[in-house]
Each structure stands twice: as C-alpha cells, then as structure tokens.
Design a protein around this ligand. Structure first.
Ligand code: NAD
Ligand code: UGA
Length: 363
C-alpha cells in the first residue's frame, strides 16, 4: 500500500513508520522533525518530507490523492502545552487535523486518525456528589468506545481543551461517515510508553510526559516530583504492543475497522504515578545505578505549582479492549515492570553514549 504518515517523526509515528517499512509499504512520511526517524531513512520504500503542514507550500491534496491510506498522528500531545498555549492546541489538533480529514473525504481515501483516551476525561467516582457503593471498583474507571460517557472539567481548567478538540474531531469524522460514507478508523491510545517517547529535560526546554521527568531525575539525582501526591492512575502500554495493534488496524482484515473507534491499551498495567516513581527508582537502583549519582528523593508538588493555572487531571482510566480483542485478536503482552525497564535501558544507554556529564552525589 502507499501510506501517507503525518507526524511520522514523533514518538508513535517513528515506531509505526519503521514497522510499515518492514511490512514493505511505500511510505511518505511527514514531520517537522526527523531525529527520531533517522534510523529508517535508508529504507528505499521511504520518502521523508521535513515539512510544516501549516505552511503555504504544503500540498495536502496532492499527497492525499497519491496515497491509498492516510494515518494522522499530528498533534500537540504533551499536557504542559495545553496549559501554555491552549489556542495553538485547538488550532493544530482540531483545525489542521480537520483539513486532513476533509482532504480524505474529497479524495475518497481511508483515514486512520489518532485521537486520545483523554476524551473520556474523569471517572464518575471522582465527581463531588458521587454516591457509589464501591468507588474503587474498576468498572467505574473502565472506558468503552461506544458506550462510555465523557466527563470533563470546567472551561477554566484549560487542560481539557486537548480532550475537547480531539472529541470534536471524532464527532466530525463520525458525521462524515454517516452522511457521506467516509471511511475512517479512530484510535484512542492509552498512555503508550517506550524508547523515544520524549526528550529529557537536560536535552531541551519544555514539558515532556511524566516518564521523561522521572528518567531525567534518576540520571541527575534531582527530585522526582509527584503532582498532587501522584495518586492518579494510568494504564501504560508498551509501544511495540501498540504498534502491533496499529499494524492490524492498517491491514484491516475484511474491513473490520471501517468506521470504528478503537481503544488501544493494557488494562492489566494500571499503576498510580506515585507507585510508578517508586518502581522506576527501584529498577534504576537495581539495574542501572551510577554509584557516583545519588538516588532522587520523591516529593509532592501541587498541579498549579508544576503546570500553572488551569491544570486538572484524569484521575483514572482503564481501557476496555474487548473490541480490539474481538476484531483483531490483539492482546497486549508487556507488563509494567518490563516496559519501564526496557524504556529506561534505552534512555540510560543513550545518555551514557552521549557522554553527558555525571552529577556528583554531593551536588
Ligand atoms: P508526538 O508529539 O511525539 O508526535 C507528534 C508529531 O507531530 C511530532 O513529531 C511533531 O513534530 C509533529 N507535528 C506537530 N506539528 C506539526 C506540523 N505543523 N507539521 C508537521 N508535523 C507536526 O506525539 P505522540 O505521542 O507520538 O502522539 C501521536 C498522536 O497520538 C497524537 O495525535 C496524540 O494526540 C495521540 N496520542 C498519543 C498518546 C501516547 O500515548 N503517546 C496517547 C493519546 C493520544
Ligand atoms: C498524556 C497526554 O495528554 C497525551 O499524550 C495523551 O493523550 C495521554 O497522556 C496518553 O498518553 O494516553 P497524561 O497521562 O496526563 O496525558 O500525561 P503525563 O504528562 O505523562 O502525566 C501523567 C501523570 O503524571 C499526571 O497525573 C501528571 O500530573 C503526573 N506527573 C507528571 C507527575 O506526577 N510528575 C511529573 O513530573 C510529571
């Protein structure tokens, strides 16, 4: 197949592009950045375009017309950005993505759109007046694609603009499917993790996702910060498992993914952020520790101190993966300890290879 991958230089995009090249598809990959795809550039079936899709010279229609399938991963996807530039998050994650979807509608091309598990928002048990017999029952935090309600915070908590922009895009794709027979598949990833997820803090300024904050603290012996005590929970999914599932969605045997919304996640890997900090510190001490660098202390900070005004959080989210199990016979294989250890091994070896200075234990 001729596949156009937009956002191919990002975390999921680089792993997916690599897999599609191995599957012998002809891939046109587009991104602002090419660092993460550097190890795929010598594939003869790859054409990489370093390109801002908002620029005037970007010929969206031509690229979509030339493809059999379009996969759109472009977004601002780090919560820190939702707080600093909510309007840009809306413009890129809704307006620009809508242009891509509408080009697919115009040219009759199938689209795989990466959305997010953040559309589900918070759990019913987290509501002030919730009166649930057993609020800890995972049933209250398990989200299904076609039946779960979405619970978002108020407008003043602008973290939710990301969730809302993605939700609106999903609704528009659904409407194009209903009214014009548009063929799309929406993927809702649940916290994928793995090598190349984000930059480390010493490499560049910005606000990456939690793994990178913790990894950076371990390498430098600085504090691991738990936002609001780290009580919120996530289900982490290893990137290779996620790519295996995505590849089956690309193959789409018998059209089973046509006009479907699909969760991809590992329900068995639920962990609180506090426990994740402890587990990463344990793994680091056991497997990777540089004795010259002290182990970090784990401290608590408020969401406002860490991210600024407007922060709110998903308290708990567990994917119901019945659909991908049934339609695609996919099963996540990698447990939480293994996925953290493998990802940490990658970052430790990259860090040591780069010759980055060690921070002495007394610093
Ligand atoms: P990422 O930030 O690593 O990748 C996004 C890519 O889009 C980046 O490489 C960036 O350079 C590119 N991009 C941004 N603006 C662009 C522009 N104007 N022109 C060209 N390229 C541009 O994010 P990711 O983690 O790989 O996520 C990919 C998609 O999956 C996103 O849509 C995200 O919302 C969604 N998602 C990811 C996760 C996850 O677990 N990583 C979870 C939920 C949803
Ligand atoms: C992210 C992003 O919204 C999207 O990439 C995506 O939709 C989603 O993950 C996903 O991967 O499924 P979130 O899980 O909140 O959302 O992202 P992180 O920044 O990794 O935060 C996870 C948790 O760790 C949050 O509770 C956050 O407050 C906390 N955190 C973060 C800390 O306790 N300490 C830190 O140093 C950083």
């Amino acid at each position: 197949m001729k596949i156009l991958v937009l956002g191919a230089g990002g975390f999921i995009g680089c792993h997916l592009t690599h897999r599609l090249l191995q599957e012998r598809h002809a891939v046109t990959a587009v991104d602002l950045d090419m660092d993460k795809v550097a190890d795929s550039l010598n594939y003869p079936n790859l054409s990489f375009l370093q390109q801002d899709i908002r620029s005037a010279e970007w010929d969206l229609d031509k690229r979509v017309r030339d493809a059999d399938l379009v996969i759109d991963l472009i977004a601002y996807a780090n919560p820190g950005l939702y707080l600093i530039m909510p309007l840009e998050v809306f413009r890129l994650n809704f307006t620009e993505n809508l242009k891509i979807a509408e080009a697919c509608v115009r040219h009759g091309k199938r689209l795989i759109q990466f959305s997010t598990c953040e559309v589900y928002g918070r759990t019913a048990s987290s509501l002030k007046n919730a009166r649930l017999a057993d609020p800890e029952d995972p049933i209250h935090a398990t989200f299904s694609e076609d039946t779960s309600e979405f619970i978002l915070g108020p407008v003043s908590k602008h973290r939710w603009i990301y969730s809302c922009a993605k939700q609106l895009l999903e609704r528009v794709l659904h409407a194009y499917g209903l009214e014009m027979g548009f063929n799309y598949t929406i993927i809702r990833p649940f916290n994928f993790i793995g090598p190349k997820i984000d930059f480390l803090l010493h490499e560049r300024e910005g606000i990456p996702r939690v793994f990178s904050f913790f990894m950076d603290a371990l390498l430098h012996g600085t504090q691991m910060k738990l936002v609001d005590g780290g009580t919120n929970r996530r289900c982490y999914t290893y990137i290779e498992d996620a790519i295996e599932c995505t590849n089956r969605i690309v193959e789409n045997p018998g059209g089973v993914c046509d006009r479907q919304i699909l969760n991809i996640g590992s329900p068995q890997n639920e962990i609180s952020i506090c426990r994740m900090a402890e587990l990463m510190r344990e793994i680091y001490a056991e497997k990777f520790r540089d004795p010259a660098v002290r182990l970090p202390e784990i401290v608590s900070v408020t969401g406002e101190e860490f991210y600024g005004k407007g922060y709110d959080d998903s308290n708990r989210r567990i994917p119901d993966i019945t659909k991908v199990r049934t339609l695609l016979h996919w099963e996540p294989r990698t447990g939480i300890r293994e996925l953290l250890e493998t990802t940490m091994r990658y970052y430790v070896s990259e860090y040591r290879r780069s010759g980055a200075p060690r921070v002495p234990a007394t610093a």
